[in-house]
Ligand binder design. Structure first.
Ligand code: UDP
Ligand code: MG
Length: 319
C-alpha cells in the first residue's frame, strides 16, 4: 500500500514563481519512497498570467490539477478550497512563492508515517523580512498565545502536513472567518513541529502589507478568544468602583470641611476619559458583532470557476 499525499498550493499572482517551484515539488514528491504524490494548485483570482502558467503545468501530467476561484477570496479561503478537494490521503500546504522549501516534503512525510496527524513547519529564521514585520509577528504570537485557549504555536505558518483524519476534521469547520493557524490547532490530534529555515520569495512581493497583517491579527484574536470582551467588563467594573469611592470622598470632604466643587478641568478629563473607554468597549463589541453577522449569513465560502487536470484528484466535496 502506498501513501497518498496531495500538495495544495494557493497562488495569487505568482506567474513568475510557479514555473520554478513546480519542478521542485515534483522532484521532492518523487524522491519519497512509497509515496503517491499529487499537486493541486488554487488560483485565487490572479490578475497576471498565473492561470495560463497553471494550465501549462497541468497539461500532460495526471498528478497535477488546478482550480480557479471565481475571484480573489484571500489565502485562507483559497487554502480551504484546495483542502476541500482532497478527499483521500493526506494534504500538505505550501506557499507558491518558494518561501516554504518543497525539499522538506520527505521530512514531513517521515513524521506523518511515525503517526503524527499535524506536522507543522516552524520558522527558525525569517529571511528577507523587515524587523518591523518580525517584531510585529513576535508580539502577535505572544498576545494570542496568552488569550487563546487553543494552542497556536509561534512562528508557524500554513506550511504543514495534515493526516487524513485531521483533514476530515478540518472539513467540518465551515466558519467564514477562517484563521487557519487556529483551526489547525483546534482540531487537535497528534501534532509535532518541524523546524525549518524560511527562504526569501522567488519573485514578486508579499501580498501582506502591515495593515493587512494587523487585520489578520484582529481576525485571529477575535476568532479564538473572547478575552477582549472580558477586559471591557473589568475595565468598566474598575472604573465604576473607583468613581464610587471618589464620589464618597467628595461628599465627605464637602461635609467635613465645607469644600465646594473643585473645577472644570478635572471634570472634563474624567468625562473624556470615560467617553473614550466607552467607545473602545463599543468598538470591541462591534468587532464581534460584525463577525457574528458575517457568520449568520451562511454564504458559501468560495466559488470555483474552472477545474482542470488532476484526474487523480477527486472532486465534488461539498463546499
Ligand atoms: N495568496 C493567496 N491569496 C491572496 C494572497 C496570497 O492565495 O489573496 C498566496 C500567495 O500566492 C502565496 C501565499 O498566499 O502563495 C503567501 O503569500 P505571501 O507570500 O504574499 O505572504 P507572506 O509569505 O509574505 O506572508
Ligand atoms: Mg511569501
Amino acid at each position: 500500500m502506498s501513501d497518498l499525499l496531495t500538495v495544495v498550493v494557493a497562488a495569487c499572482n505568482e506567474a513568475e514563481s510557479l514555473p520554478r517551484l513546480h519542478p521542485r515539488i515534483i522532484a521532492a514528491l518523487e524522491a519519497v519512497p512509497g509515496l503517491q504524490g499529487r499537486v493541486l494548485y488554487v488560483d485565487d483570482g490572479s490578475s497576471d498570467g498565473t492561470w495560463p502558467v497553471l494550465q501549462r503545468l497541468v497539461s500532460g501530467d495526471v498528478r497535477v490539477g488546478a482550480i480557479r476561484l471565481s475571484r480573489n477570496f484571500g489565502k485562507e479561503l483559497a487554502l480551504t478550497a484546495g483542502l476541500d478537494q482532497v478527499t483521500t490521503g493526506a494534504a500538505l500546504l505550501l506557499d507558491a512563492d518558494g518561501q516554504d522549501p518543497p525539499e522538506l516534503i520527505a521530512q514531513f512525510v517521515a513524521l506523518w508515517r511515525e503517526g503524527y496527524d499535524n506536522v507543522f513547519g516552524t520558522r527558525r529564521v525569517r529571511a528577507g523580512e523587515s524587523w518591523i514585520k518580525r517584531a510585529a509577528a513576535a508580539s502577535f504570537y505572544r498576545v494570542i498565545g496568552r488569550l487563546s485557549r487553543t494552542p497556536i504555536p509561534a512562528d508557524t505558518g500554513d506550511f504543514r502536513l495534515l493526516s487524513p483524519r485531521a483533514l476530515a476534521a478540518l472539513h467540518q469547520l465551515r466558519e467564514r472567518h477562517r484563521f487557519m493557524k487556529g483551526l489547525f490547532g483546534w482540531v487537535g490530534f497528534r501534532q509535532v513541529a518541524l523546524p525549518y529555515d524560511r527562504s526569501p520569495r522567488l519573485a514578486g512581493s508579499s501580498k501582506f502589507t502591515l495593515w493587512k497583517l494587523w487585520n489578520f491579527a484582529l481576525e485571529g484574536i477575535t476568532s479564538f478568544s473572547t478575552a477582549p470582551l472580558r477586559v471591557a467588563t473589568y475595565l468598566g467594573l474598575f472604573t465604576a468602583v473607583f468613581a464610587l469611592a471618589f464620589a464618597v470622598w467628595v461628599v465627605v470632604k464637602a461635609a467635613l470641611w465645607g469644600d465646594p466643587v473643585a473645577g472644570w478641568p478635572t471634570m472634563m478629563a474624567v468625562i473624556l476619559f470615560l467617553g473614550g473607554v466607552q467607545l473602545i468597549a463599543l468598538g470591541l463589541i462591534g468587532e464581534y458583532l460584525g463577525r457574528l453577522y458575517d457568520e449568520a449569513k451562511l454564504r458559501p465560502l468560495y466559488f470555483v470557476d474552472t477545474r482542470i487536470g488532476g484526474t487523480g484528484v477527486s472532486s465534488g466535496h461539498p463546499s
